[in-house]
Structures are given as structure tokens and as C-alpha cells.
Design a protein around this ligand. Sequence first.
Ligand SMILES: [Zn+2]
Length: 204
Amino acid sequence: MLQATFAAPCLTTFCRLDELGLEAVGQRLEPDRAVVECRVVEPDPWCRECGSEGVLRDTVTRALAHEPFGHRPTTLLVRVRRYRCAHCGRTWRQDTSKAAPARAKISRGGLGWALGGIVIDHLTVSRVAAGLGVSWHTANSAILAEGRRALIEDPARFEGVTTVGVDEHVWRHTRFGDKYVCESRSGWSGTGWRGWCWLLRAAA
Ligand SMILES: [Zn+2]
């Protein structure tokens, strides 16, 4: 019989926050949603301008929709330190780009979940938006942008492909035209959803 080994329960690794450069420091569980309070692991105290060490000014919060656990949307409330350089006066905040792109409302983990949900599980954008706890528009914009970035603009996306078959269907009808998802199952050597060849195209 296979002997499973167990590590101590850990919210940071269970929610895959370590991959985002975050660490869970608190949780608030409600019947219809969960909020995980996080801190940024890397201190990031060095001035971008002159390299001097900054002085901690205060802390701000950044809310990010994360992948849901069960049917409960999970929000990350990230505590972000703001520094001021004692030498040149420049101010900056801790780098959170590992957790989410600048100005994004959805974590990279949430984006990966959303993209996988659309392509692999054939979820609707409405279902994905509900899972993330964000608006349809926010989910749709983020999925299209991430799809383009990760798949269409990735020059290595055809590596290992031996055969490609296309299964295109209308994803959404709009007043301005239809949006299509073209899924191409292929002899891909990649892993996960990146191992799929698929293209997102907005027909204007
Ligand atoms: Zn400075």
C-alpha cells in the first residue's frame, strides 16, 4: 500500500500563495466568500533611483480575486508596504508583480484558474466571473488579455506540436460581432492548459 506523507497544514501553500510571492497571515471565512490576508514575502526596501535603503512609511492594501476553493470566491487582501528614500525622497511600494500584473484585479493564480476553466472545463465567462467574485467585464477582459499574452504572443507555443485539429465555436454573441474560442487539441509536450494549442479571437 502506498504510504502517503503529510506536511503540516499551511494556508500559504494550499492556496498556492508561495508561487505569487505572498504569505497568508490571516483568514476571514464567510458563508459565501473567503478573504485571505497576505503579506508580500520580499521586503523590497531598496530605492529604485539611488539604491539607498528606504524608510517604511505606511502599508496599503491591494485586493485581488484568487482562484475559488469549492464554490466560495476567495479574495486576497494583500498588505503592501510603502517606502520613502531617506536620501533622494523617492517613494515606492513593494513589488507585487509576481502576484498580479500592474493594476490587475485578479491574481495570476486566479487568471490561470479562469483560463483553464474556459478552455479545459468549458465554463462560461459568467460562471468564471462568479467563481472569482468579479464582474463579467472584469473576468472577460482579463481572460482575453491573459490568453493573448500566454498563448498567442508566446513564440514557443508551437514547440512539440505534431498535429493540430481545430474545434471552433461561438463563445459569445455580441452586438458588435461574435467571439470565438478555437481549441486545438494537439500532440503537445507541454503541461496543463499551456499544453493546449488554442487561440482566442475577437471578431469585431
Ligand atoms: Zn533614493
